[in-house]
Write a protein that binds this ligand. Structure first.
Ligand SMILES: C[S@@+](CC[C@H](N)C(=O)[O-])C[C@H]1O[C@@H](n2cnc3c(N)ncnc32)[C@H](O)[C@@H]1O
Length: 285
């Protein structure tokens, strides 16, 4: 591992605004942020106290926290978590990602600017239900997640019903989910999931920055935040796709098979290898 990465990994261990695989934190984020804000700028002796897992009270009753809590999933450097924390000082924000060296960037900016309503959790999003209690989260942003283009990897897409069922466990009723992506495939997939499970779409556009949308009443200042991956245009679509929806219906697991069949019909980005995995005959067979 590179020297720079090692330095960043060591740094986040000492940061009070980064928790790595925390335990006993369900239902305790309001208390965590109150403590973070009371401490002000980090110093090494204060840091140890906040990062101590025991310092977060275990399992208080499940209730809506007094301060709204928003998550940024697959946050990378956390541009949304930090950007929204700047815009809304009376709300709390948490960025989640598995890569400590990326989280380091957002956490360092927050520390430098003295922003104490944002924190980062280093973990697998697959474990997310271990971290948040019923009703604890007001809103979720999923920013440029890996599109997982292979059909065989569809279950890893962060808008797959497998993940939506997890989010539903802690999202407040009516809580919004936002997806920002440059992948037409992931956008279409997400729309298909929403349609199949009859969820409520609030906004959907395959060209977020087109003048008509920016000038419409659906635009808001959060949408102007740009992330690192947003600038890379990896999907080559030259368009930012955006969906805002609610997970306001039951998500019966039996429908997952139907989803699999539906997406197999329109996903054209599938590789020959992925097709072979599904037993579909290709020219290479
Ligand atoms: C394409 S990057 C986007 C990062 C950032 N949101 C941006 O737009 O610049 C996807 C991020 O998702 C994270 N990621 C992918 N799968 C994950 C998982 N299961 N759990 C946690 N993080 C994950 C990766 O570490 C990576 O930082």
């Amino acid at each position: 591992m590179g020297q720079k990465k090692l330095i960043k990994f060591a740094a986040i261990k000492a940061y009070e605004n980064v928790l790595e695989y925390p335990v006993n934190c369900k239902g305790s984020w309001q208390a965590f942020f109150e403590k973070l804000q009371a401490q002000g700028s980090p110093t090494s002796d204060k840091i140890a106290d906040v990062n101590s897992k025991e310092s977060i009270p275990p399992h208080p009753p499940a209730s809506k926290p007094a301060t709204p809590l928003t998550l940024e999933l697959a946050c990378g450097r956390g541009e949304y978590a930090v950007g929204m924390a700047r815009m809304f000082p009376d709300q709390n924000f948490i960025g989640l990602d598995i890569k400590g060296n990326r989280i380091w960037k957002g956490a360092s900016i927050a520390n430098k600017e003295g922003i104490h309503n944002v924190a980062f959790v280093r973990t697998q999003i697959d474990q997310i239900t271990n971290y948040f209690d019923t009703n604890e989260v007001a809103e979720i942003w999923i920013t440029f997640p890996d599109p997982q283009l292979r059909l065989s990897k569809a279950k890893k897409r962060l808008t797959h019903p497998k993940f939506l069922r997890m989010y539903q466990q802690f999202l407040q009723p009516g809580g919004l989910v936002h997806l920002k992506t440059d992948s037409p495939n992931l956008y279409l997939f997400t729309k298909t999931v929403i349609e199949l499970f009859e969820l409520t779409v609030i906004t959907a556009t395959d060209n977020l920055y087109k003048t008509a949308f920016v000038q419409s009443n659906q635009w808001n200042e959060k949408l102007s935040i740009k992330t690192y991956y947003e600038g890379l245009n990896i999907a080559g679509s030259n368009r930012i796709h955006y969906i805002q929806f609610k997970i306001d219906k039951a998500l019966p697991i039996e429908k997952d098979e139907q989803l699999k069949e539906m997406i197999a019909q329109f996903e054209v980005t599938e590789t020959h290898d992925a097709k072979r995995e599904r037993g579909v005959k290709t020219n290479e067979n």
